[in-house]
Write a protein that binds this ligand. Sequence first.
Ligand SMILES: NC(=O)C1=CN([C@@H]2O[C@H](COP(=O)(O)OP(=O)(O)OC[C@H]3O[C@@H](n4cnc5c(N)ncnc54)[C@H](O)[C@@H]3O)[C@@H](O)[C@H]2O)C=CC1
Ligand SMILES: C[C@H](CCCC(C)(C)O)[C@H]1CC[C@H]2[C@@H]3[C@H](O)CC4=CC(=O)CC[C@]4(C)[C@H]3CC[C@]12C
Length: 372
Amino acid sequence: MADSAQVPTLVYLVTGGCGFLGEHIVRMLLEREPRLRELRVFDLHLSSWLEELKTEGAGPVQVTAIQGDVTQAHEVAAAMAGSHVVIHTAGLVDVFGKASPKTIHKVNVQGTRNVIDACVQTGTRFLVYTSSMEVVGPNTKGHPFYRGNEDTPYEAVHRHPYPCSKALAEQLVLEANGRKVNGGLPLVTCALRPTGIYGEGHQVMRDFYHQGLRFGGRLFRAVPASVEHGRVYVGNVAWMHVLVAQELEQRAALMGGQVYFCYDKSPYKSYEDFNMEFLNPCGIRLIGTHPLLPYWLLALLAALNALLQWLLRPLVLYTPLLNPYTLAVANTTFTVSTNKAQRHFGYKPLFSWEESRARTIHWVQTMEGSAR
Ligand SMILES: NC(=O)C1=CN([C@@H]2O[C@H](COP(=O)(O)OP(=O)(O)OC[C@H]3O[C@@H](n4cnc5c(N)ncnc54)[C@H](O)[C@@H]3O)[C@@H](O)[C@H]2O)C=CC1
Ligand SMILES: C[C@H](CCCC(C)(C)O)[C@H]1CC[C@H]2[C@@H]3[C@H](O)CC4=CC(=O)CC[C@]4(C)[C@H]3CC[C@]12C
């Protein structure tokens, strides 16, 4: 990257820039990357906030909205021509059976291959990829991953299309590190593995909140409180992406081809107890200190849901929250504890747990259809 302490010269492209995480990355770049000249936001569906940003909130930075599909190699290459850094966060996040395994593979794996090829073709040298903790686990055997780091041995066995696709895509990204791009310089890549992300705009939190309102302000415990699940605030995930993108040139030898868990100081709790940190102040209570239904019954219901999904598929898309995969993930301890990102590029969470919590609560309270 050119040394541009004073004059903004850099062109960034964010794929999936209109998604939950993508929007936070876009806003964080505008706030925290003074060298930015142009920010290209590439997404299948462009959001209306982007128009407001283009007219009001971007300051001197040119924000370019590009409606495009990562599965279309020519669209990706055209969008990327002339950019210095690409943050590839576009993905099909589906663990509920909304999309077919083929579509998930196409978007997550072929889409990533297209981004890498476009880097090579257009001479874009820096690629930051949003991977996922799901690349590691939880595995199908339900083995706990307790306070693990990037080097913790774990038997990663995937069957579900989403983690399979993220694992393949991450591998492509890491293997691409060092490939010569147009102009002869080496590509520098790195992958971030967020745990379960939460914060403003989180669709599953929205679903749980509305479910709680429908049940008269109550949710029923389904997962034992002893199962701990790693969570990270979206603002800190965005911050880590921005920081990596900024440091990748100076620390290419150290960071190139590396993976980093994406974490912060959010407390280790069960998925449901953690959600209650936000939903409780918004009038939702979690009923039961133990799961109301025994595990075997939940597993049976999850299997039934899977069967119903399959039977109904020709007629209607039935995608309940409970299925064998979500039940297994929610019931398996998976927490990370690492300082690799701090050691390699000085990452420290930008938002404290208290601030992350307050921001998320505020978002739930101001959500359309909220109890307040
Ligand atoms: N939500 C979570 O808890 C976690 C998410 N991740 C990863 O973070 C990334 C972002 O996830 P979220 O923001 O949660 O999902 P999201 O669904 O809110 O955002 C994904 C964005 O990608 C776009 N997109 C999808 N297919 C596309 C295509 N073919 N071409 C161009 N754009 C396309 C969507 O329109 C959307 O704006 C994904 O790669 C996901 O695998 C990783 C760990 C945890
Ligand atoms: C929806 C699940 C909780 C419902 C359980 C039930 C039905 C028993 O009440 C969510 C529990 C864990 C979530 C996943 C986890 O946070 C890791 C993820 C990482 C990603 O990359 C994408 C999202 C997800 C798979 C996330 C999805 C929802 C859960 C399965």
